[in-house]
Design a protein around this ligand. Sequence first.
Ligand SMILES: [Mg+2]
Length: 398
Amino acid sequence: MKIVAATIFALQIPFVEAFAHSIRHRAYSDAIVVRVVAADGTVGYGEAIARPYVTGETVESCRQFMANTLWPAVQQQDYPPPPADASTGVDWLNQVSLTLPSDPAGSGRPDPSVVAWHAARTGWELALVDCLLKSAGRSLGEIVPPQRATVTYSGVITVSGIEQAVKVAKRFKQFGLSHLKVKVTGRDDRARVAAIRDAVGAEPLIRLDGNGAYTVESAIAACDNLAEFAIASAEQLIPRGNPADYARLQAATAIPQIADESLITLADAQALIATQACQGFNLRLSKCGGLAQTLAIARLAEQANVFVQVGCQVGETAILSAAGRHLAAGLPQVKFIEGSYGKLLLSQDISRMPVQFGYRGQAPVLTRPGLGIEVQDEAIAAHAHQTLRLATTSRVHH
Ligand SMILES: [Mg+2]
């Protein structure tokens, strides 16, 4: 199947007010939506979230890479339909993923400011997969068969005043969430975690996420200091860097450490496993490069007895949420799951039916064709602040 046209939308969807002030740097989702049209007229949607402090991609560089590198490569392909036999589904995903170049067209070498063009590639991989599956009337669940009927999401308490954090924690508890992730910075950790534990009681699992704010020494000290609050795991306390540093941290504490920003590529996964750097991996589609590459990392983790968490990107729309749902449902073992916040976070989402989780953080597997959601072009148009139309017959221009 040939892809005959594509559009790249840079969105700005305002966050709902209650969350806007607790998320630093921006008050809106800056998701990039990729819309592809196949020769038979089928439309598919993918999504990328560019984070300079994760993969090195910015919204602008991601759009450029999509238009100048990915689109020219996609145009040349004649994509195979999804296989009838689910056992070869992952091979088909790999085939689609491999048509997307890893480095900027014409350069022949990597861009030193970018770890990997994973957000960009994810946006296109998802759009192609959605389109090809829809064209065949098939669901992604037939390619990545669900291992569970329901997916259970965690609440994430972002950095803000302790009083506000406690308020959010109580709201999550009322909503029946049994998994909470608390963002920590090294400044008021003990008071924050103590207040949250006090507010929610002993039952909910509490995990920490430091987003690289600690040194190895201060991370070890923080784990010692917070262990009494029954911490289920600590994510990326130290910055991305030498896996040996991570191994030193993990060896010094009983709290399972989860790699997030340290785990972007398959090579990262191999290095973390080889050094026994951590007990868990945080898999995020837009960070790890799409379904095919994320599943490959998950397989490595499984073989190495590293547990996995399915994470998300703050501000993701229904497209990445739907893809994340399939991933979370399809992995043989998954410890914690984040995402599908929908209109808890976004003032408007772009799917006809909401994808956000319900009471107890639970959400069903998606079974409709493609990624399983119905994207509304009007909603995309309403929030698009930059639109780039690409067609096979014309040169790429801006
Ligand atoms: Mg994280």
